[in-house]
Every structure is written in C-alpha cells, then in structure tokens.
Unconditional design. Structure first.
Length: 307
C-alpha cells in the first residue's frame, strides 16, 4: 500500500499545489490524453496513486479490521471481490467516463434480472389466484423500471464526444443484444398467458371487469391496473433510453447503432407495450362511448346522471 497516498487520503499530508501540473490533462484541460497508452501513463503521474490506494483494503476504525479483502461476511455474501472485478481496471480505461458507462449498463442488467424473476413469480401467483402476493410483486416491478429509468440519467452526463471515444471499443454491441431486455419481454408474455386463464376461470372479459356495475371483480381490476403501472414504467424507461440515444449519437434514418440498425426504430419500440390487451380495452371503451347521459356544464345537477 502506498503510504503517502494513505496519508493524503486521511488528510494528514496535504497535497502541495506545486505537485499538480495542469498541462498534464492537455490543452485547456480537455480529456484528449485519455486514450490508449498516453492515458495510462498520464494517470501514473496524476491520480494513479490515488486510484490504486482506493482499490486496496481500507481500515475500518469501528470494526477494527480492513474492509475490502473479501473475507468479511458482507463481502462473502455479496461476492464483492468478484462483483467489483467485472469492470475494466483503471489503467485499462480508454476514457475517464468508461467506468461509468460499464457500471450503469451492468446495473441495468441486474435490475432486469430481478424484474424477470419477479414476473416469473407473478405467473405462479396468478395461477393460484394469490392476488395479494401478485400485487406486491407488480408494485415492486414498477419501481424497478423506475430505477432503471433514473439510472439512465447518470449516462446522460456522458457528452457525445466522450461517447464517440468509448464507442470505438464496443464492437457491434447494441441494446438489442441485452439478455435482460429480451427476458423481460418473454416473462411478460407468460404473465399475459396466466392472466388470460384467470379471466377464463372467472367467465368474464377484460372489458367486463372494468364495466361491471356491481364491482364484481375488484381484485382482478386491481391486478389489471398494477400491470398497467408496470407497463407504463417499462415504456417510460424505453422513452428515457430513446432520449439518451438522441443526445449521444442522434436519431434519424441515416444514423445507425453499432449493429447497423437505424436509430429511427427506437421511436416505435418505445411505444410497444408488454400487456397490449390492457391498453386495447381503453381504446374499445372510448370508441363505443356514448356522450349522452351526463350533466350539461353550468346547468343545476338534478336527478342522477347515467353511468
């Protein structure tokens, strides 16, 4: 462990202003030197020591032991050493923003894995008509997609020039290759199938659940609305992704992702729902809606309006 860096880290050895060379980052403080060997060599005389110090075990004065060696229960249970080794080493980064780019995408895949798991559990809950359990899980999945959307805000701090540097090292990779995205859509298909069986057993239609005058299926109606919550959150995540693409590489017929597909296709993908039947019923109810029976604006409301 670099004892000088540790001393600085704990504030015992203030950094002398003369030790910092502003010219090392390139003209105007730009990140032009963050590419290849020059980038790695630059860090050795700049923040390399600090990065190395921060990657080593840290003494925890409360626990009276070092944290980060992979030996403590927290580290063993979460497999932190393995988890934190899944990103490129600092000396291998081709841009100071690359670590952020990798971590956000890895975190997205982890959240999508959890969403897929929860949706699979929802299938079993619906088959047994355990609607409380299903509703709790659907609420969780909606929040997961909310987290996915918020995380993309971190990626929006990536400027287009910085991304063009990172992009050279991604091969033909694109979001279409995301296993989490494909598995979520597959899991949603199974949820739809389980929901169809519930509707059949109840001998009612989706529209009938909404239009039942005696509120005969409030539990099923609640599940419908939670599934719409999930679907809306999912689509909002795709909208956020569309905006991310738009601000980094642009969206047009002539602008292609690394897989060669035009970014224009994103405009259609972000409006493709997971549970199409639940959105379609709204269109049907509006198409057959009867304007008559309501109160005239400004007229005293006497008698009962027709529902």
């Amino acid at each position: 462990m670099n004892t000088i860096s540790v001393g600085r880290l704990h504030g015992r050895d203030p950094i002398n202003a003369d030790e910092t060379n502003a010219d090392e980052t390139g003209a105007g403080g730009t990140s032009a030197s963050w590419s290849g060997p020059a980038c790695r060599e630059n860090r050795k005389g700049d923040t390399g020591d600090l990065h190395r110090t921060l990657s080593e075990p840290v003494w925890n004065s409360i626990l009276k032991t070092s944290v980060g060696e992979g030996k403590l229960d927290y580290e063993l249970y979460l497999r932190t050493q393995e988890l934190l080794s899944l990103q490129s080493a600092v000396d291998d980064l081709i841009s100071p923003d690359e670590l952020m780019f990798q971590i956000v995408h890895q975190a997205q895949e982890l959240w999508l894995k959890l969403a897929t798991h929860e949706l699979a559990e929802v299938v079993g809950d619906l088959e047994r008509e355990m609607f409380w359990e299903a509703s709790a899980r659907l609420d969780r999945v909606a929040r997961i997609f909310g987290s996915l959307r918020q995380e993309l805000g971190v990626l929006e701090t990536l400027t287009p020039d910085s991304y063009q540097v990172i992009r050279r090292h991604l091969g033909n990779g694109s979001g279409q290759e995301s296993p989490g995205y494909s598995r979520v859509r597959l899991a949603a298909e199974h949820v739809s199938g389980a929901l169809d069986l519930v509707v059949e057993r109840r001998m009612v239609s989706v529209r009938g659940v909404y239009e039942s005058s005696d509120a005969g299926h409030p539990d099923l109606k609640r599940i419908f609305e939670l599934l719409v919550d999930v679907d809306e959150a999912y689509q909002m995540w795709l909208v956020a992704h569309f905006m991310l693409v738009r601000r980094t590489i642009g969206v047009s017929r002539r602008t292609s992702a690394l897989d060669g597909v035009s970014t224009q296709v994103l405009t259609g993908r972000m409006t493709q729902p997971l549970f199409r039947r639940l959105w379609k019923v709204r269109e049907e109810m509006t198409t057959t809606w009867d304007r008559g029976g309501g109160y005239t604006p400004g007229v005293p409301r006497t008698g009962g309006p027709r529902r």
